[in-house]
Design a protein around this ligand. Structure first.
Ligand code: BGC
Length: 760
């Protein structure tokens, strides 16, 4: 509906109706205004499947919901590094949404994984904002192409579950801009989601729902968002404050607080035009939903189940494959051990929990292909000697033992965080027991985030399936038996120990304050800068084939403000199987005056290659890709310097690199030079450099004549010996120069300062 028509409807609403429209009718419906024929629309969780509740409702996944297809959770699909896959999942969810007559799907979640402990990591994509933003945007584009709106969540700085409703994320401006905001920014700018969900937490002391700075100034004014800001369920504490901030729709319905808005308008405390804007945004969402309806769309459970299987295969990460133990040959005696083989953990707990129609397990699927012996090793209740002994027996009798382990429902669920990074004791015990008797051990992981692996040396094979959705059984078997070639790459670092994670010391915070003291050093940005060894780096993953890289080319060797750099590189499949490689491009800073992570992911692409095939992959980089957030100018800034374009098989393993010089992007910062300004800073200014060149000889003489150096080293020095010492002056103030240049009058210094300050 045209904006004008919407404004017209708003003008016909009474004040009470306006206030009412800005909160839901129930858990999942917006409010209808029958008098004016305004319909209501359905909002439903997301993100990896539909959770439509028609009976008792809740926002924690407790009550029944309608049967739907469970796709792999975002923790898994992130590992696909595959935009096209996310688009397809979005499309399928869109069709399911149409068939179920919903209008908005609550997802995707693009929060950054600050710590492996976050209980909702499985619902988020990555520790890297580019990956999270690109995949989030592809999902939104797919979903919305089917007439269903996306609601990107949870904006902003919601990176833990502990005290998520009261804690304040204390994050500095630069860290927000470089790490926690860009994924949202990318999705908003690229995919134009219909909705953005504000988070429960406070941002630097202010509830997200009441933050005009983020919900309006950044989101709408800077990024051009023109959809509806929806509160997380129960995230609004002050209806008037929310409307004033730009949080348009409070969910679920809280009609008892409508009066607060009415009173505030009447008392002149809330300008009515702000309420009108909120209503217009809600109405726009409603009418987009109504206009997007495609009656008659049906969804085919089997087809979507198959897409779910394909997605799980594209997302699994092969982490270890010693002696090429995988793929398994059906000629060998194979044992499956661990209850997850028959009851896989395929999704996390909480509001994203989907009532899946048809969950497959690896044991049944593998038995269709080979003779598999089985021992459960543990149950939901734990393990005991008898179960462990049986597992050992079955492992001994086989040629290869595949052990299925992971994180249990109690460990990864919305609402709380993990307290450690270990597997459940009973799962670890089974690995240890099997590892003692069977050297051919493969471990299959079902986790939503990294775990510590003290047992890793005993496993020859390791396959991370994440929470792979309802078809995870078939996908796992296809990968184990080589019917499908693993092509996922880690969207997050697997640290060796939890203590190595950069947020470790500060993660849960103190009381209601959570300080993000690690700053911009999130994930691999920290591990690589610190040269901290990790178990598996960001971007890592193996394949049943091999790839080689050649011909890295840059179309220029110098980049100026506003220019675009095109990078190309050839990738060849040198192995005997077809496969898909994830080409990763990092921009590394060779030397910088600004504290910066040593490298950052600035491009990725996934390419399919037949055996022996070569393809050229292209990337385009812009000024922003070389920039950091400057807190004086409050913008991204590309400083001059030498950068390295790295093509990596992970954040750690660089296979090719090339250098490029960047020219300083002019910054609009008022910098006042005085006699205490550093000589090093002054020399960066053309006037300062000219001054130093002019007076260099005199300066050397001044230093010699002062006798200072002679006093220290006990002998007189020559001009040639002074010159190398000049570098040491850079950290001194300008007044030190004055000391060594006594012949210069005040007028010379005044003139220099005037030139430096652009006054001459
Ligand atoms: C979650 C949201 C979810 C909403 C509705 C909240 O508890 O944080 O992600 O969309 O409930 O179920």
């Amino acid at each position: 509906m045209e904006k004008e028509n919407i404004r017209d409807i708003v003008s016909k609403l009474t004040l009470e109706e306006k206030a009412g429209l800005c909160s839901g009718a129930s858990d999942w419906l917006t409010k209808a205004v029958e008098r004016l024929g305004i319909p209501s629309i359905w909002l439903t969780d997301g993100p990896h499947g539909l959770r439509k509740q028609e009976g008792l409702t809740d926002n924690l996944g407790i009550n029944e919901s309608k049967t739907a297809v469970s796709f792999p959770a975002e923790c898994a699909t992130a590992a696909s590094f595959d935009r096209e896959l996310l688009r397809k999942i979005g499309e399928a969810l869109g069709d399911e949404g149409q068939a179920e007559n919903i209008q908005v799907l609550l997802g995707p979640g693009v929060n950054i994984k600050r710590s492996p402990l976050c209980g909702r990591n499985f619902e988020y994509f990555s520790e890297d904002p580019l990956l999270a933003g690109e995949l989030g945007a592809a999902y939104v584009e797919g979903l919305q192409s089917r007439g269903i709106g996306a609601c990107v969540k949870h904006f902003l700085a919601n990176n833990q579950e502990t005290r998520r409703m009261t804690s304040s994320s204390e994050v500095d401006e630069r860290t927000l801009r470089e790490i926690y905001m860009p994924a949202f920014e990318r999705v908003v700018k690229k995919a134009k989601p219909w909705g953005v969900m504000c988070s429960y937490n406070k941002i630097n002391g202010k509830f997200a729902s009441e933050s005009r700075e983020y919900m309006t100034d950044v989101l709408r004014k800077e990024w051009g968002f023109d959809g509806c800001v929806i509160s997380d369920w129960g995230a609004t504490h002050n209806r008037v404050g929310a409307i004033a901030a730009g949080t348009d729709l409070t969910m679920p319905g809280v009609p008892e607080t409508d009066g607060e808005i009415v009173e505030a308008v009447r008392a002149g405390k809330l300008p009515e035009f702000l309420l009108d804007e909120a209503c217009a945004n809600v109405l726009q969402l409603v009418y987009k939903g109504i206009e997007g309806r495609r009656p008659g769309v049906e969804f085919n459970m089997e087809k979507d189940h198959d897409l779910s299987r394909y997605a799980a295969e594209q997302s699994a990460v092969l982490l270890k494959n010693e002696d090429a133990i995988l793929p398994l040959s059906d000629a060998r005696k194979i044992a499956f051990i661990g209850q997850f083989a028959e009851k896989p953990r395929y999704q996390g707990g909480g509001s994203s929990n989907v009532k899946a129609a048809y969950v497959t397990n690896a044991l049944d699927e593998a038995r269709k292909l080979a003779n598999i012996s089985y021992s459960k090793g543990y149950t939901e209740e734990g393990t005991d000697e008898e179960m462990l002994e049986q597992a050992v027996q079955v492992a001994k009798e086989a040629d290869v033992a595949v052990v299925f382990v992971g994180l249990t429902p109690g460990m990864e669920t919305e609402g709380y965080d993990r307290q450690h990074m270990s597997l459940p004791e009973e799962h670890a015990a089974v690995i240890e027991a099997v590892g003692r008797v069977q050297s051919n051990m493969v471990v299959v992981l079902h986790t939503g985030s990294p775990v510590e692996m003290p047992w890793l040396p005993k496993a020859k094979g390791l396959l991370e399936m994440y929470f792979g959705g309802e078809a995870v059984g078939e996908a796992t078997v296809n990968l184990l038996f080589g019917r499908s070639n693993p092509c996922g790459r880690l969207p997050e670092t697997f640290p060796t120990r939890l203590e190595d994670n950069p947020s470790y010391l500060f993660y849960f915070g103190t009381g209601n304050k959570v300080e993000y003291r690690e700053g911009v050093y999130a994930g691999y940005r920290y591990y690589e800068s610190k040269r901290q060894e990790v178990l598996f780096p960001f971007g890592y993953g193996l394949s049943y084939t091999d790839y080689s890289y050649s011909n890295l080319k840059l179309d220029r060797d110098r980049l100026c403000s506003g220019e675009v750099l095109t990078v190309s590189v050839d990738v060849t499949n040198t192995g005997s199987r077809p496969g898909k490689e994830v080409v990763q491009l990092y921009v590394a800073v060779n030397k910088s005056d600004v504290l910066r992570p040593v490298k950052e992911l600035r491009g990725f692409d996934k390419v399919e290659l037949a055996s022996g095939e070569t393809r050229t992959v292209f990337f385009q980089l812009e000024q922003r890709d070389f920039s950091y957030w400057n807190t004086e100018a409050h913008c991204f800034h590309m400083p001059a310097g030498s950068y390295e374009i790295q093509i990596g098989k992970s954040a750690h393993e660089v296979v090719l690199s090339a250098e490029i010089e960047a020219e300083e992007q002019p910054l609009d910062i008022e910098q006042e030079f005085t006699m205490v300004s550093l000589i090093g800073d002054i020399m960066k200014h053309p006037a300062g450099k000219a001054f130093m060149d002019t007076y260099q000889d005199e300066l050397c003489e001044g230093i010699i004549n002062s006798g200072m150096v002679e006093n220290i080293i006990g002998k007189s020095i020559s001009k040639d010996e002074v010159l190398p010492m000049m570098k040491g002056l850079q950290g001194q103030g300008l007044m030190v120069l004055k000391m060594f240049l006594p012949s210069l009058g005040t007028d010379v210094w005044d003139k220099l300062l005037q030139e430096l300050n652009g006054k001459e």
